[in-house]
Ligand binder design. Structure first.
Ligand SMILES: [Zn+2]
Ligand SMILES: [Zn+2]
Ligand SMILES: [Zn+2]
Length: 143
């Protein structure tokens, strides 16, 4: 696990500090997107500001992207290898479960976003799908 974490950080030009390694490990362990509060809870004894700064660095360096799922809290998810500093290629939609609230990337559904004809500069693309995740759907079927 550790070598994969160090490798990922180094491939995105981020120095592997203990805090960065912890935060990245958390993302590799859980499949769904995380909020700052989530992370703070999972990484007990971590200072909120430090966790927040780590997230900001990761977004800047192309390790994480933000997800807007309408819950009001910004969520963060791991980027594919193709994302680099200042250039995210996360045009995939995100799926949010209406029951458990988990949000995750649908990386297989790539959406083609045409280049704007005017001089608009697009920084973020947010497409969200909502419904029931696999485990919530299974639970519904049992009942
Ligand atoms: Zn990205
Ligand atoms: Zn669910
Ligand atoms: Zn995503």
């Amino acid at each position: 696990m550790n070598s994969k974490i160090i490798e990922t950080l180094e491939s995105k030009n981020v120095k592997p500090t203990p805090m960065r390694m912890l935060v990245l490990e958390q993302f590799l362990k859980t499949k769904h997107a995380q909020t700052l509060s989530n992370l703070e809870k999972d990484l007990s004894h971590s200072d909120r500001i430090t966790v927040y700064r780590t997230l900001k660095t990761f977004v800047k360096q192309g390790i994480l992207h933000t997800v807007e799922d309408g819950s009001g809290a910004t969520k963060y998810a791991l980027c594919p290898d193709e994302c680099v500093k200042g250039h995210h290629l996360d045009t995939h939609p995100h799926f949010s479960c209406l029951k458990c609230g988990d949000t995750f990337c649908l990386e297989d559904f790539n959406i083609m976003i045409p280049e704007p004809k005017t001089s608009l500069e697009v920084h973020e693309v947010h497409v969200s799908l909502k419904g029931l995740c696999v485990s919530c759907k299974e639970k519904e079927e049992v009942i």
